[in-house]
Design a protein around this ligand. Structure first.
Ligand code: C2E
Ligand code: MG
Ligand code: MG
Ligand code: MG
Length: 291
């Protein structure tokens, strides 16, 4: 406003163009599922004690015919706004559980779990419980090998309905993780009230944790909190050996990040039958954490 009327008018067409672009992307997204343009990439969650892969987080990618690979940050908000997130999320649940069921047939004696992100609108939709149970049924994946990742933004809505749904998901037997912990509407009382199994420490607190005292203090407080409440802890966004060492020293159970393994298509990142995940030596992909 302070820069005057002329500036405002100059800004309008650009705003309009961005709006048009969003509408076009939105229209394309409606066909993405039918056209089989969606794909899941998988990023390993590594046990920081043993170096073994404990599971994978499924991360949605859109292979757009003209734009190339569109990251979820560019289209998940559109899908949330239009409600398309419900069928998209249903597809993610089916595809990720199907994939995880095939991992169980590999030689790995302990189950490899899969984590699926569930957005707020998808969580609140009446179909969610059915969609989760249906995906488990179709895939025959044991329920405890599926983790649903939910963010704190969920707590902005009616908490009694949310609690009820979380409890019913627990009854189904899936694990519940609180994603991006520390960035949202977190009230610590939620941690007592809601039946979470896992806290994922947001990557903003992991950044430079080996040298940044503030981040060290925050992460260490979250670790103590999680341990006291009996929650599993996952550190997101580990990018350097120094960050990894600090988290090992803090006693964090699981880690995830570019330093441990980037997200990639199932065929590239996941274990082949008869192979232990950590036996793989695939440069640029997944392996035991480098030290
Ligand atoms: P998220 O669930 O917190 O997923 C972690 C994000 O951090 C992923 O971004 C991952 O690629 C990225 N990441 C992993 N390691 C590192 C690292 O070392 N450094 C940095 N800078 N980033 C790292 P991505 O795949 O772009 O996904 C972004 C967000 O989109 C996810 O955040 C999640 O909230 C959402 N999302 C992804 N897939 C789905 C889905 O299937 N359904 C829903 N509802 N949301 C999804
Ligand atoms: Mg996540
Ligand atoms: Mg996260
Ligand atoms: Mg980082």
């Amino acid at each position: 406003k302070s820069s005057g009327k002329g500036r405002y008018e100059a800004f309008q067409p650009r705003h309009h163009a961005a709006q048009l672009d969003r509408e076009r992307l939105q229209a394309d997204l409606e066909h993405a599922l039918d056209e089989e343009q969606l794909v899941l990439h998988y990023q390993p969650l590594v046990n920081l004690g043993s170096g073994r892969i404990d599971g994978y987080e499924a991360l949605l990618r859109w292979q757009h015919p003209e734009r190339g690979l569109v990251p979820p940050g560019d289209f998940i908000p559109l899908a949330e706004a239009s409600g398309l997130i419900v069928p998209l999320g249903r597809w993610v649940l089916r595809e990720a559980t199907r994939q995880a069921a095939t991992w169980q047939q590999s030689a790995e004696p302990v189950g490899i779990h899969v984590s699926v992100n569930v957005s707020v609108r998808q969580f609140l939709h009446p179909d969610l419980l059915h969609d989760v149970a249906d995906a488990l049924h179709r895939s025959a994946l044991p329920a405890h090998l599926l983790t649903l990742e939910i963010t704190e933004s969920l707590f902005a809505s009616d908490t009694s309905a949310v609690t009820q749904k979380l409890e019913r998901l627990k009854d189904v037997g899936v694990r519940l993780a609180l994603d991006d912990f520390g960035t949202g509407y977190s009230s610590l009382s939620y941690l007592r009230r809601f039946p979470f199994d896992i806290l994922k420490i947001d990557k903003s607190f992991i950044e430079d944790i080996d040298v940044n005292r503030q981040n060290q203090a925050v992460a260490s407080a979250i670790v103590t909190l999680g341990q006291t409440l009996g929650l599993g802890l996952v550190a997101e966004g580990i990018e350097t050996p120094g960050e990894l060492r600090s988290l090992e020293n803090l006693g964090v159970h699981l880690g995830q990040g570019f330093h441990l393994g980037r997200p990639g298509p199932a065929a590239l990142v996941c274990p082949q039958p008869g192979m232990r995940p950590t036996d793989r030596r695939n440069p640029g992909s997944v392996g035991a954490p480098m030290r």
